[in-house]
Design a protein around this ligand. Sequence first.
Ligand SMILES: NC(=O)c1ccc[n+]([C@@H]2O[C@H](COP(=O)([O-])OP(=O)(O)OC[C@H]3O[C@@H](n4cnc5c(N)ncnc54)[C@H](OP(=O)(O)O)[C@@H]3O)[C@@H](O)[C@H]2O)c1
Length: 240
Amino acid sequence: MDIAIVTGASGGIGAAIAKLIHERSEGQLTLCLHYNGNAVAAQALSDSIPNSFIVKADLATAEGRQALRDAVLAKGTPFALINNAGIDKPHEPALMISEEGFDKLVATNLKAPLFLMRDFAKEMARNESGVIVNISSVLARKAVVGSAVYRATKAALEALTQQFASEIGPKGVRVVAVAPGFIETAMTKDIPEEQRAGIKKDVALGAFGAPEAIAETVWHAIENQYLNGAVIAVDGGMAL
Ligand SMILES: NC(=O)c1ccc[n+]([C@@H]2O[C@H](COP(=O)([O-])OP(=O)(O)OC[C@H]3O[C@@H](n4cnc5c(N)ncnc54)[C@H](OP(=O)(O)O)[C@@H]3O)[C@@H](O)[C@H]2O)c1
């Protein structure tokens, strides 16, 4: 069976991506729903998607990444990898950046998608078929106080997207990045009202987006056979 792996499917954007892949593939793709701490959300999502299974793994560790890879290969053939799991904290102003915060953000947002991409792309290349979608951020191109390291991880992920697209495109595997703006999920729910108003002023469409808007673009990346190495912004016009 062909498998679509969604990392961080227990989160807002990941859950929307998993649901849409199930719907649009008309059940042809089996969903691997990855989570780390939120077993309740992952199980509830799996209950709503008949051909799915859940895998718990801390992707910031080599053991966690290996566990995810083993679980997928035990079930079938990886066809799509959506590198969506990520964190945006700690928020540390430039002069307060800590080594601990740096290591945490880099391990989760950069090291994890890089090595998952390397390992699953090897399997996809064997079959000369597959697609990887990396979830970046508008902040890869925009300075927001406290987001220096987050920004760096996402900018590096976009560079890796282009590098992998160039190197593994000839092997039949496409790699695309989707860069969301501010989206209504657990990640943004605690932003104070005053700060939200300031952010909205920066968005041409004047609002935060819905997770489904990101899912639509991820599905487009999966379907469009000529899309490779692109970074697609879905940010309501924030990075302009
Ligand atoms: N929301 C936004 O405004 C926004 C904007 C731009 C980009 N993004 C990006 O979109 C992606 C999804 O964000 P979201 O808004 O859906 O956030 P979210 O609701 O907080 O979900 C984050 C997901 O990442 C998982 N995760 C966190 N640390 C992990 C680790 N060490 N190992 C494995 N999984 C881990 C979480 O798993 P558990 O909950 O199970 O622990 C959860 O499923 C992230 O890459 C984020 O940077 C979000």
